[in-house]
Design a protein around this ligand. Structure first.
Ligand code: WQD
Length: 319
């Protein structure tokens, strides 16, 4: 019995691999190293080099390692890029998943944890987003995640398949510096980049209907998120009829200004303030999870706060 982690050399995947190992599972990684790094995969964990679009690589990964369940994280995840390359995103994220599901069906692999996203919701006008809040994605990226969930549900009617879709909110931090997210696509690393450049962090709009006018998000530490995957794996192992979609967030809203202030605190720049710019197209004022379902269904709650996210992210950035 072992678990295949697709995208296991990625930022989130590498954390998931460690959480599964800590829980006593055998793990194998499938990764094409397009954005992942081999060094993130611990010694002793086999890596099959290839994408989920490569059926032969997938077959090798599943058959050579006695895989009984899959945690599927491989995919494209840049919202902006998805607007420019929607067909590419559908190919990688939806066709990739279709090929994975076909291989799982043929080889009798019956458990799947799917990496979904809060961007499946689009721009819901609610204080706390529950899993029953209607999904109206506004980016091709969000759409590929929603369609992915629907594809899984449809496949589960026709083949033995238990699944947990995990909708990630804003993932940040790192369990150790060498596992840090590389690249600067999200708020916290973008603030670090501006500090290094000697420039004030940018605030995309301070006229939102939020307490300080800046965007509010539900930030979750990647180590906590990895634990949510372990909890999903435990649930799938215990109950082969599982068909679940859960939010992974803390249920706590944090504003852009609060993040900038925390970064200033952590890096010893209490004077750090942002420079207000225009709103970024496609941004919502507030996106905060209702985290009840994941707690009741999987027994999972987050333990780490924004300070731990910023401190660990900074240690990774400095490295
Ligand atoms: C957070 C807040 C910005 C940069 C996206 C995807 C989501 C998920 C995570 C993937 C917003 C503000 C940002 C800056 C700022 N991706 N901001 N100045 O947009 O909430 O979520 O990434 O799997 O699906 O949609 O994250 O980190 O870009 O922004 O003011 O320099 O910070 O406007 O309010 P976002 P983010």
């Amino acid at each position: 019995m072992s678990w295949l982690v697709t995208g296991g050399a990625g930022y989130i995947g590498a954390h998931v691999v460690r959480a599964l190992l800590a829980d006593g599972h055998d793990v194998v990684v499938l990764d094409d190293l397009s954005t992942g790094f081999k060094e993130r995969v611990p010694d002793g964990v086999p890596i099959v080099l290839g994408t989920v679009l490569d059926r032969a690589a997938l077959d090798r990964a599943l058959l050579d390692h006695g895989v009984t369940g899959v945690v599927h994280l491989a995919g494209k995840k840049q919202v902006g890029e998805s607007v420019a390359k929607p067909l590419h995103y559908f190919h990688e994220n939806v066709e990739g998943l279709r090929i994975l599901l076909a291989a799982m069906g043929e080889h009798g692999v019956r458990s799947l944890v799917f990496s979904s996203s809060a961007s499946a919701y689009g721009m819901p006008d609610v204080e706390f987003v529950t899993e029953d809040t209607p999904c109206e994605p506004v980016s091709p990226y969000g759409l590929t995640k929603l369609v992915g969930e629907q594809l899984i549900a449809a496949a589960a009617v026709a083949q033995p398949l238990a699944y947990v879709n995990i909708r990630y909110f804003n993932v940040a931090g790192t369990a150790s510096p060498e596992l840090a997210d590389r690249g600067a696509a999200n708020l916290i690393p973008l603030i670090f980049e501006r500090i290094d450049a000697g420039l004030p962090p940018r605030i995309f709009g301070d006229d939102y209907p939020t307490p300080d006018g800046t965007g509010v998000r539900d930030y979750i530490h990647v180590a906590d998120l990895a634990e949510a995957h372990s909890a999903a794996v435990r649930r799938l192992t215990a109950d082969p009829r599982t068909a679940l979609t859960v939010n992974a967030g803390r249920g706590v809203g944090v504003s852009v200004r609060e993040i900038i202030q925390m970064v200033g605190d952590v890096v010893g720049r209490p004077d750090l303030t942002g420079a207000v710019e225009a709103r970024r197209p496609g941004d919502v004022a507030r996106s905060v999870a209702a985290a009840d379902r994941i707690r009741t269904e999987l027994g999972w709650t987050a333990h780490l706060g924004v300070r731990e996210m910023v401190e660990s992210a900074w240690a990774g950035w400095r490295r």
